[in-house]
Write a protein that binds this ligand. Structure first.
Ligand SMILES: *Cc1c(COP(=O)(O)O)cnc(C)c1O
Length: 425
């Protein structure tokens, strides 16, 4: 706590004081070592650069790591999500329930298959979909619930499954941020009918870009495969007939990417352990800081701490009127201290132009499709998502390896320093 005591008396860096976190303290993500270099170079020398032996191995190893029967290596998390939507039979006029606050493609993947997102507000405390509000959004056209384990915190899957079973709905998990997060001790991606992970640059498992579809259901696996590769129906044990049986995309992962992903996968458990220890230490160091709302983890819902989210209590800080502007000022002051906070999402999903202007396939489709029911995207329906969106800032990679307890102490000191002097901003 030494750092905190010194920081309290210091001038904010944004006003010319010394930054709490010296330049060069925060190491970059992900750490790269000999194994990464060797595996990528071996793939390069191997000469099978499209979906090759590393891609085959990566999907099998990832599925085994997560506890799923089947994995399909795709070129993005969004592609894997689209495969989930298609595999679950969501199509023209079907509705899919999705949280109002998440990454845009958690919902645009539904449009990609001609189906219609129906947004449900989040629970302010968990920042995940408010499971008590899901049932009220179910209509005769609802086909699936797409839950997002946002920031790496598992959704209460018992609550989701109860609604799904009552209404005969499919459950899709967007686990793009949630590698290793657990619900009642079991990994996410094993609770729904199928799930999507991302291995984009910022995710807990990085392959540059990339995604993984996982399921335990053979029929869903076959349907997802069709979408993945040109509408073909063949599985790896069957030879291709190069015939499009249905509309397909080209979502395969290339071998160099897979080699990188495989190398990182061998280190994932260690990364997650460090990340969790760092987050726990940060929570302890920030306890009691004025104007801060720290993340909470409900019983049974495990967190991988992909993203450590701070919310500013505007009432306590005396800035109720223009929360976004004050939020931006606080974030700016933290960055000046060397704390790499960012605003993760500026907009809740239904506020985005694609939904407000219904910019889909043109001529109002898919919303104007003859099979569709009118849906309402008016923003008053999502007060918790809006409050969250306006008052948050977060740490995405600063709590990951190579950063350790020393970096966390400095980051905590920088955050406390700004909050303790917020009245001067
Ligand atoms: C990153 C992310 C995606 C998309 O993954 P890409 O690999 O970038 O396509 C989807 N949903 C969530 C919640 C994400 O964080």
């Amino acid at each position: 706590m030494q750092a905190t005591i010194t920081a309290e008396s210091a001038t904010l860096a944004i006003h010319g004081g010394t930054p709490a976190v010296p330049p060069g303290t925060i190491g970059k993500w992900p750490p790269i070592d000999e194994l990464d270099r060797r595996m990528v170079l071996d793939s390069l020398a191997g000469g099978k650069h499209a979906f090759g032996p590393n891609a085959e191995a990566f999907q099998a190893e990832f599925a085994a790591w997560n506890g799923n029967r089947y994995g399909i290596a795709a070129n993005s998390g969004t592609a894997a999500l689209h495969m989930c939507v298609a595999a679950c039979g969501c199509g023209a006029g079907d509705e899919v329930i999705v949280p109002a606050y998440t990454w845009s493609s958690s919902a645009t993947c539904i449009l990609h298959h001609n189906a219609i997102p129906v947004f449900v507000d989040i629970d302010f405390d968990t920042m995940n979909i408010d499971t008590d509000r899901i049932e009220a959004a179910v209509t005769p056209r609802t086909r699936a619930i797409l839950v997002v384990h946002l920031h790496g915190l598992a959704v209460d899957m018992d609550a989701v499954r109860r609604v799904a079973e009552r209404h005969n709905l499919r459950v899709i998990e967007d686990a793009c941020q949630a590698h290793g997060a657990t619900f009642r001790g079991r990994k996410v991606g094993t609770w729904g009918d199928c799930a999507a992970f991302s291995s984009n640059q910022n995710k807990c498992l990085c392959s540059g870009d990339g995604g993984m579809f996982v399921t335990d259901d053979e029929a869903l696996w076959r349907k997802a495969k069709m979408l993945w590769s040109f509408g073909e129906t063949r599985t790896p044990s069957e030879s291709r007939d190069y015939h499009a049986y249905a509309m397909g995309w080209m979502y395969r992962m290339n071998d160099l990417t897979a080699a990188f992903g495989r190398a990182q996968l061998t280190k994932l458990d260690g990364y997650l352990e460090q990340q969790k220890a760092n987050a726990a230490a940060l929570t302890e160091l920030l306890a009691g800081a004025p104007g801060l709302i720290l993340p909470t983890v409900p019983d049974g819902c495990g967190h991988n701490w992909y993203n450590y989210v701070l919310r500013f209590d505007m009432a306590e800080l005396g800035h109720g009127h223009e929360p976004r502007r004050f939020r931006d000022t606080i974030a700016e002051a933290m960055r000046a201290e060397g704390v790499p906070v960012s605003v993760w999402q500026q907009f809740i999903l239904p506020a985005m132009t694609v939904f407000q202007a219904r910019n889909g396939y043109g001529k109002g489709c898919p919303w104007a499709c003859a099979h569709a029911r009118a849906v309402d995207y008016s923003l008053e329906q999502y007060p918790a998502a809006r409050r969250h969106c306006d008052t948050h800032a977060c740490l995405v990679t600063a709590l990951r390896p190579p950063n350790d307890a020393r970096a966390v102490e400095l980051v905590a000191a920088g955050i406390r320093k700004v909050m303790e002097h917020a009245g001067r901003l």
